[in-house]
Design a protein around this ligand. Sequence first.
Ligand code: NAD
Length: 366
Amino acid sequence: MTRTITLIPGDGVGPEITEVVKRCVSALGVDIEWDVQQAGATVIEKEKTPLPERVLDSIRENAVALKGPVETPVGKGFRSVNVELRRKLNLYACVRPCKYYEGIHSRISNPQSIDIVVVRENTEDLYAGIEFMESCGADNPLLVFLRKHKGVDLGCDTGISIKPISVQGSERIVTFAFEYAIEHGRKKVTAIDKANIMKYTDGLFMNVALDVSKRYPNILYEHVLVDNMCMQLVQFPEKHDVLVLPNLYGDIISDLAAGLIGGLGVAPGVNVGDEFAVFEATHGSAPDIAGQDKVNPTGMLLSTVLLLNHVGETAAAERLERAIAAVLKEGRCVTADLKADDDTTPPVGTREMGNAIAKRIEAGAD
Ligand code: NAD
């Protein structure tokens, strides 16, 4: 039966990497029909919003989407498309598998041993958007409350962002991480926060994580403070497996982990909730190289591997991953960002790299 999946090409380099995905999925021969829905800066003029309702309707209908990067114009009064998608579809978990593929440059001496999955809470924490500007006057009710009930006298030149972390939100994300670990044959979950300093928020997250861990006796559990984890990820990344974090630390550690395995161009991801899943590469719309056939399609293709696994096309997912890995390892048909400094052979364009992967699939060579 044909499965329909929402496809959002997005802005900048989005359409170029989307074309590569279409070419490779067609080579795989899986019965997928793309419901192409434009969103982002490209539709604002015509539809007066970067995230038209039809895009959300399509994802609600199909339950699964593949999304290119989208731009949200700064200072024009639009909320971030990515934040809105997460909020409106309740995509409470951001999952970023960071696995090393041979042929990619990493600054780590033994990158082959890296196979980390970062699970980031997507809805709470300092990203909840509860903010107060400086200069709102000394009678600002928040400043008055803090003075009266906390004995804290903040000056009017202080901006404030509120960090809400709930039991329900923490339990939901930590349970998600343990269930992910079981489903993917992982051995350990590490909860990460700064509980020693922020006792009522990160401390809550730590306590909830410990409680949830007791329901999963077959998965190892540990708790590490975020500063210590930054050091450990650089020194001993191979020691880590599934990491679960509140929103802000999750955002930062996801990028750190992506850096370990070769950076933005190769890192895949998914924003997922109980009903819907939106797969996307980690990188943005890269306007500096848009339309130049230079963008590395690996992150979007590895996101497609995750998507195929998600919809039960596991054999196709494996074939696609093997073809990507083979082209990366060979190092000949790859974009400029993947070329080693001492490699004098010329890079290829996005399309050609995509073709090389598709041809490997078609040849069944891997
Ligand atoms: P970016 O990721 O677009 O680019 C950063 C740098 O990395 C650029 O030099 C770019 O050329 C390079 N780069 C990124 N991906 C690459 C790839 N696959 N291959 C080769 N080089 C690559 O980040 P930015 O410049 O900060 O953001 C540009 C726009 O993208 C902004 O409008 C931002 O809001 C948006 N953005 C969207 C998403 C998303 O939709 N998920 C994520 C991040 C940024």
